[in-house]
Design a binder for this molecule. Structure first.
Ligand code: PLP
Ligand code: ZN
Length: 438
């Protein structure tokens, strides 16, 4: 079933590589694209599906020459952004000199107040990716895709987006002098629309949900109208996806080169979660962290919970769902990496759980009230799921736990509409006293 779903994509991928691939491209330690299903290898190029089995392609590297302590020193003396990890990413050696949005090295907040509320004793941290240039973790993946687009000679950047990605692409294209034309569902939050439009690129609303937008982009890629376009999450997806590894690298480095015991990650397509696992595995293989068990937990909103539904049912395929949730950034009903998320949650001893929209809102307020972090709905999903997993005895409160906040609450203000003035008074002490605040 998985393979049938990929068939259409694979034929488009082959067309794309024929017109634009450049086998001599130098992307540092990246050596090839390798099929996640069958291991078939092809040269680095703007392709995303295996010509043999239609499986997804990912970046293969040669890290053999790295000495662990030299690599650690090189990373630690690198810039305070994702390029400190350039030796582990598909980018040219001089990447730091190129115009890019340079995201990353966001705060890992020790969330002691939240820990007290949730009864976590082993150390609770929030990796706060709202601190990126366009206020979501998507800047990490777009920064990678931009370098790949440059290497392959694309001049237009595009994507299908649930909102945050559109803004990240718009900003990166503006900085790097690319044209951008991005596609979103027509009914996204105002904050997402403005954040995507303000950088001056073209922003197109599609009448439909994200899965319709994605289908449309897949068609556009195979059409002359989309020729020469770098779709960051389609034909550049193998490069794009690697950006999420930097979350894993940063978390471990910020913990003093130590693996956390438990990580709670939001799921839309599932790409981010799979690459966090890949990043952790690489750090272990490179000897940068001690090899010990960790658990990865996936978080969804109940109104778009195809992966958590499959996890709870014990299935290894994900049945598509029509999304209906306020967590619009996670509203992908047919998640491309869903089956791999299930594999990772099961292999590491984690789980995939979902929360209602009401629990999402409560969790946004809980995080704001305890830690001064205003998360978007995706952050409400991870905090809400963390709370639920602790209450259900699935997440161990005595272990070091990292919860991801991947976006900024200012983009999803409607979720907390009704939060506002405590009182309206005249500018007099009498009126203040009358309001009952002293
Ligand atoms: C804020 C936020 N968090 C998490 C995700 C999930 O990303 P992925 O599609 O890699 O699962 C998205 C995707 O759009 C997002 O916007
Ligand atoms: Zn294959």
């Amino acid at each position: 079933m998985r393979k049938m779903r990929r068939k259409g994509l694979a034929s488009m991928a082959v067309q794309t590589v024929a017109s634009t691939s450049n086998p001599t491209v130098d992307l540092g330690p990246a050596t090839a694209l390798s099929c996640r299903e069958c291991g078939h290898r092809v040269p680095l190029g703007p392709v995303f599906a295996c010509e043999e089995c239609f499986g997804p392609l990912e970046i293969a590297y040669d890290f053999a020459a790295y000495d662990t302590e030299e690599l650690r020193k090189r990373i630690e003396s690198g810039p305070a952004n994702i390029w400190r990890y350039a030796p582990l990413l598909p980018v040219p050696a001089d990447v730091a000199d190129k115009p890019n949005i340079n995201p990353g090295w966001t705060k890992l907040v020790k969330a002691d107040n939240l820990a007290r509320e949730l009864g976590v004793t082993g150390g609770l941290y929030v990796k706060d990716d709202s601190g990126n240039p366009t206020h979501s973790f998507k800047d990490r993946v777009v920064a990678q895709a931009l370098e790949a687009a440059r290497a392959f000679g694309f001049t237009t950047l595009s994507c299908s987006s649930t909102g945050n990605l559109a803004g990240a692409v718009g900003a990166a294209a503006a900085r790097a002098g690319f044209r951008s034309c991005v596609f979103i569902p027509h009914d996204l939050e105002q904050g997402k629309v403005v954040m995507a439009a303000v950088y001056g690129g073209e922003l197109v609303g599609i009448e439909g949900n994200y899965d319709d937008v994605n289908r449309f982009c897949s068609e556009l890629i195979g059409d002359p109208a989309g020729e020469g376009w770098g779709f960051v999450n389609v034909n550049l997806r193998p490069y794009y996806a690697e950006g999420s590894k930097t979350l894993a690298y940063e978390i471990c480095e910020q913990l003093g080169w130590r693996l956390p015991d438990q990580i709670v990650v939001p799921i839309a397509s599932g790409s981010q979660l799979t690459k966090i696992d890949k990043g952790l595995q690489e750090l272990i293989k490179l000897g940068l962290v001690e090899d010990r068990p960790y658990k990865i937990f996936g978080a969804q909103a109940e109104g778009c919970s195809p992966v958590s539904t499959a996890f709870k049912a014990g299935h290894d395929v994900v049945r598509p769902q029509k999304p209906n949730t306020i967590a619009k950034s996670l509203a992908i009903g047919n998640p491309a990496d869903g089956p791999y998320v299930l594999d990772i949650a099961r292999r590491t001893g984690g789980a995939v759980e979902d929360v209602t929209d009401e629990q999402v809102v409560d969790a946004i307020k809980l995080l704001a009230r305890t830690e001064g972090i205003f998360a978007e709905t995706a952050g409400g999903v991870t905090v809400g799921v963390t709370k639920k997993l602790i209450e259900d005895g699935v997440l161990d409160p005595s272990l070091t736990t990292v919860v991801l906040n991947t976006g900024d609450g200012l983009k999803t203000l409607d979720a907390v509409a009704g939060t506002g003035l405590t009182a309206t008074i005249r500018p007099t002490l009498e009126s203040f006293r009358d309001a009952g605040l002293v």
